[in-house]
Design a protein around this ligand. Structure first.
Ligand SMILES: [Zn+2]
Length: 243
């Protein structure tokens, strides 16, 4: 008989997600030493930053007219070989929701105090394809989005955007290949609910776990634009930023 996880959590002392050291009672998910060394981006305080530049250059390629500059922010600089990559890996593959919510709250408090994101009133997580959702049982981007929405007092919607095509794993693809791989992978759900949510929104924040080329988020943005007026802003936020 296996011991339920909640009992194991109670019996085993909690350890740091980065160094594995045992946490003090006042520490959550990460020890204070590792937290102080977290390679934060602080992009929430810079409207123009490398992530926003990358995202806006993708938009320009897809867009046929003017639209407001997209703001972009991430909690930390993601490197696959760094022990800090456990922050997103453990949320995605190991159901580490307490840590996921803790790091999301660090990002969320940055966002909530930034003038750029103050008027965000709709938060949308990047959806998983339903087959992947069924296999994993949850969408890691929704965990992050929920925390951000609650800090902002904004609405969260997980129904209006669908991943219509299951995309090949992106790890080995180059920038151009990734863009092609996810192009048209998302679609807007045509319903009264969708129309009323989008017509009420002023500023949408799209949320994912990691921003690499930005192609996935750009593809989501393109789908939203079918019903979301071009003069209203769509911004993006993730935990990790590769770059
Ligand atoms: Zn540590």
């Amino acid at each position: 008989m296996s011991i339920p996880e909640s009992i194991l959590d109670f019996l085993l002392p909690a350890s740091c997600i980065v160094c594995g050291g045992i946490l003090n009672p006042n520490e959550k998910s990460i020890c204070l030493d590792c937290l102080s060394d977290l390679p934060r981006t602080f992009y929430s305080s810079r409207s123009h930053n490398p992530m926003a530049d990358r995202f806006n250059s993708l938009i320009q390629r897809d867009s046929d007219g003017y639209e407001p500059y997209s703001y972009a922010t991430a909690l930390f600089h993601y490197r696959p070989e760094s022990p800090y990559s456990a922050i997103t890996k453990n949320l995605k593959y190991k159901r580490d929701f307490p840590a996921g919510r803790f790091f999301s709250s660090l990002l969320a408090s940055e966002i909530a105090s930034s003038p750029m994101f103050r008027d965000v009133d709709l938060v949308i997580p990047v959806p998983l394809h339903w087959t992947r959702y069924r296999a994993r049982g949850y969408n890691q981007a929704a965990v992050i989005a929920k925390t951000i929405a609650s800090f902002l007092g904004a609405r969260i919607d997980r129904r209006i955007l669908r991943r219509s095509r299951r995309t090949a794993t992106q790890t080995r693809l180059g920038t151009e290949e990734k863009a092609l791989n996810v192009r048209g992978a998302f679609r807007l759900v045509r319903s009264g609910h969708c129309q009323s949510v989008l017509s009420a929104a002023r500023h949408i924040l799209l949320v994912d776990d990691v921003f690499t080329t930005g192609a996935t988020l750009a593809s989501c943005r393109l789908a939203l634009r079918e019903s979301f007026p071009a003069d209203r802003r769509i911004s993006v936020a993730t935990l990790g930023f590769v770059g």
